[in-house]
Design a protein around this ligand. Structure first.
Ligand code: ARG
Length: 457
C-alpha cells in the first residue's frame, strides 16, 4: 500500500504504479535513508515530540533493517520508493510506533537529505580516484623527466618538449578537477531535513541535533529552496563532465601515441583488445570506450539542467529524474577513472621513438628564429629568414642538423658557429626555461608544485 492511500477510493493502477515507482533505482539510497531516519527519530525523541522509548524502538528497528539489507537477508522490493519501503518494513517489524517516524518530516526533505548524503560520499570517492590517477601521472612524469618528445599544435610537430611536462599538463587538469569536486563538497554538505514538505514544520524540532548526527556542516536557510534544490547534483555532474573531458583528451593522445604511426607508448596486452577478423590487430578499445562514455556523462548534465529548468517552487516530481542520471554519471566516472589509472600504470614509454620524432618536422625552427632575434634581428625578420632555411631544406631534402655553417650563412650572415648548438631537440627543450616551460628545471619545478598541491588530499 502506498503511504498516501488514505485519500483515495481506489488503488493506483498497475501501469501507473510501474511508471511512478522509483524503488528500482532509488534503493541505492537505503543506507543514506536509514541513517537520516535514525537521526530524525533520535531528534524527535530528544525534543519530546515522540517518547524517548518510542524513539529508541524506532532506532533499533531501523538498525535491524539496515543490518538485514547489508547482510542480504532483506530484499528491497514491493514499495513505491526507498522511503516507503523502509517505513513499511519498520511498521512490519515494530508495529504502530513505527508510524510515528514520519512526524515533522516529508518525503520531500527526506529525499533531498538522502541525495545529499549520497552525493557527499560519492564526491569523496571521486576525489580518491582522482588522487590515484594523479599519483600515476606523477610517477610517469618522474620516470620520463629525461625524455624529450615532440609537442604538437594542430596535431603537427611544433616544438620539442620534456616528457614530464607533457604528463604534468594532464596533472594540472586533474588537479583542477580535484579542487572543483572538493569545493563543491561544501555546497553539498548543507542539510535540508526539517524543511518538511515545503513550508517547514509546526513541531518544535531541533535541526542542530540532526545536523550534528548526520555530519552536515550547515542547515539550509529556506525550506522552499531546500526541498527543490538539485544544484548540487548538476554541479557534481558538471565536475564529472569536465573530468571526463580531460580523460577523453588523454584517451585521444593514447590512441594516437600507441599507433604504429607514432609508436611513442605501448599499451600492454592485458589492456589491449584484438579484432575478430584481422589477426594482426591490437586495438585501443579501453581509451576509445572512455572517450565514448564522455558523451554519456555530458548527456546527463544536459538532462539534469533541462529537468530543473522552469520548475515552479517548490517540490515537483520531476526531481525524481535526478537519480538515474546521477547514478549513471557517477558509475561511469568511477569506472573510467579506475580503468585509466590501471592502464597508465602499465603503459610502456618508447623513449627512442619519442626522441626521434621530436627531431623531425623542423621542430627547432623557432630556436633558429630566436637565435637571430637574440642577435638583434627583429623577430619578424628572424621568422622570415628561418622560413627560407626551412624551404631550402625541403628542396635539398635536408634537415637543420645536416646544414653546414656556410649554408646557414648563405641565408643570413648573422649566423655564427654557435647556431649548431642551438638546434638539437634537447637544447631546444632546455632553452624553454620560463616558469611552466619544458626545460628540465621547469619540469622539475612543475612536479614539485603538483606534489605540494596533491598533499592536501
Ligand atoms: N521518489 C521521490 C523523488 O525521488 C521521493 C519524493 C516524493 N515526494 C512526493 N511529494 N511525491 O523525488
Amino acid at each position: 500500500m502506498n503511504l498516501w492511500a488514505g485519500r483515495f477510493d481506489k488503488p493506483l493502477s498497475a501501469d501507473a504504479d510501474a511508471f511512478n515507482e522509483s524503488l528500482s533505482f532509488d534503493k541505492k539510497l537505503y543506507r543514506a535513508d536509514i541513517t537520516a531516519s535514525i537521526a530524525h527519530a533520535t531528534m524527535l525523541g530528544k525534543c519530546s515530540i515522540i517518547g524517548e522509548d518510542e524513539a529508541n524502538t524506532i532506532v533499533k528497528g531501523l538498525n535491524g533493517i539496515l543490518n538485514d539489507i547489508e547482510e542480504h537477508k532483506l530484499e528491497i522490493v514491493g514499495a513505491e520508493d526507498i522511503h516507503s519501503f523502509v517505513e513499511n518494513e519498520l511498521v512490519k517489524r515494530i508495529g504502530q510506533v513505527g508510524k510515528k517516524l514520519h512526524t515533522a518530516r516529508s518525503r520531500n526533505d527526506q529525499v533531498a537529505t538522502d541525495m545529499r548524503i549520497y552525493v557527499r560520499e560519492s564526491t569523496k570517492k571521486a576525489k580518491a580516484l582522482l588522487v590515484e590517477l594523479l599519483n600515476t601521472l606523477y610517477n610517469l612524469a618522474y620516470r620520463s623527466i629525461n625524455f624529450v618528445m615532440p609537442g604538437f599544435t594542430h596535431l603537427r610537430k611544433a616544438q620539442p618538449i620534456n616528457c614530464a611536462q607533457y604528463f604534468n599538463a594532464y596533472s594540472e587538469m586533474f588537479l583542477r578537477d580535484l579542487e572543483r569536486f572538493d569545493e563543491s563538497e561544501k555546497r553539498v554538505n548543507v542539510m535540508p531535513l526539517g524543511s518538511a514538505a515545503l513550508a517547514g514544520t509546526s513541531y518544535p524540532i531541533d535541526r542542530e541535533i540532526t545536523k550534528n548526527l548526520l555530519g552536515f556542516a550547515e542547515i539550509s536557510q529556506n525550506s522552499l529552496d531546500a526541498v527543490s534544490d538539485r544544484d548540487f547534483i548538476a554541479e557534481y555532474i558538471f565536475c564529472a563532465s569536465l573530468t571526463m573531458a580531460h580523460l577523453s583528451r588523454l584517451c585521444e593522445d593514447t590512441i594516437l601515441y600507441t599507433s604504429d604511426e607514432f609508436g611513442f607508448w605501448v599499451i600492454p596486452d592485458e589492456y589491449s583488445t584484438g579484432s575478430s577478423i584481422m589477426p594482426q590487430k591490437k586495438n585501443p578499445d579501453l581509451p576509445e570506450l572512455v572517450r565514448g562514455k564522455t558523451g554519456r556523462v555530458y548527456g546527463h548534465l544536459m538532462g539534469i539542467l533541462t529537468m530543473m529548468k522552469g520548475l515552479p517552487l517548490a517540490y515537483n516530481k520531476d526531481y525524481q529524474e535526478d537519480k538515474e542520471a546521477f547514478f549513471d554519471a557517477e558509475n561511469t566516472l568511477f569506472s573510467c577513472l579506475a580503468i585509466y589509472t590501471a592502464l597508465l600504470n602499465n603503459i610502456k614509454l618508447n623513449q627512442n621513438a619519442m626522441f626521434d620524432a621530436a627531431g623531425k618536422g623542423f621542430s627547432t625552427a623557432t630556436d633558429i628564429a630566436d637565435y637571430l632575434a637574440k642577435k638583434g634581428v627583429p623577430f619578424r625578420d628572424a621568422h622570415a629568414i628561418t622560413g627560407k632555411i626551412v624551404r631550402y631544406c625541403i628542396t635539398e631534402k635536408k634537415d637543420f642538423l645536416s646544414l653546414t655553417l656556410d649554408e646557414f650563412k648563405a641565408v643570413s650572415d648573422v649566423f655564427e658557429k654557435d647556431i649548431l648548438g642551438c638546434i638539437t631537440v634537447r637544447s631546444s627543450a632546455e632553452a624553454r626555461n620560463s616558469v611552466g616551460g619544458s626545460s628540465l628545471k621547469a619540469a622539475r619545478a612543475g612536479l614539485a608544485s603538483i606534489r605540494r598541491r596533491l598533499k592536501k588530499y
